[in-house]
Write a protein that binds this ligand. Structure first.
Ligand SMILES: [Zn+2]
Length: 168
């Protein structure tokens, strides 16, 4: 498999339907191995908060695309993820996605201590209610948010936004 460089720069992920910002500026990193992700039920006694699988300020394609040049610009200066790349999702830290809200379909919100994410998208765009992501936050799952690849687009963050939280 050819080695792939990360795409350069900071990117904001947006809803592909209404183009609203869903994240702050994020940079691409290698996909953290799911087998290494901390699980709440495995935490040592006395540690309440389980770390997210993805670090703050970062994202990763899941599974990683083979070649960065497959990520082609669309109109409005945005980039979308074409279906042929086989990228199903984009992994982010839950704290980096303030543009998301839980869906109202109860069948999507199953879980034990949190959401297990096993029933399809359980997070929607806060602005237009498009279903855009899957939250996993149960005691036996990695703690993560994964955008549905075809439901989002991303844009290069303006330099002024680097290191700052998203609008709102
Ligand atoms: Zn939207």
């Amino acid at each position: 498999m050819p080695e792939r460089r990360n795409i350069e720069g900071m990117y904001v992920f947006r809803c592909r339907r209404c183009h609203a910002d869903l994240t702050g500026p994020l940079r691409e990193v290698a996909l953290p191995d799911e087998d290494d992700a901390p699980l709440p039920f495995e935490l040592p006694e006395g540690q309440d908060e389980c770390p997210q699988r993805m670090d703050v300020g970062c994202f990763a394609f899941d599974p990683p695309p083979l070649q960065a040049q497959h990520l082609v610009p669309t109109g409005r200066g945005a980039i979308r993820i074409p279906a042929f790349t086989k990228v199903d999702g984009v992994l982010v830290n839950q704290g980096d996605a303030p543009g998301l809200a839980r869906v109202t379909l109860r069948g999507r919100l199953n879980g034990c201590c949190g959401l297990d994410g096993c029933d399809g998208p359980n997070l929607q765009c806060r602005f237009c209610t498009a279903e855009v992501a899957v939250e996993r936050s149960d005691c036996w799952t990695p703690q993560q948010v994964t955008f549905v690849a075809r439901a989002v687009e991303f844009v290069l963050a303006p330099p002024a936004e680097h290191g700052e939280a998203t609008r709102g």
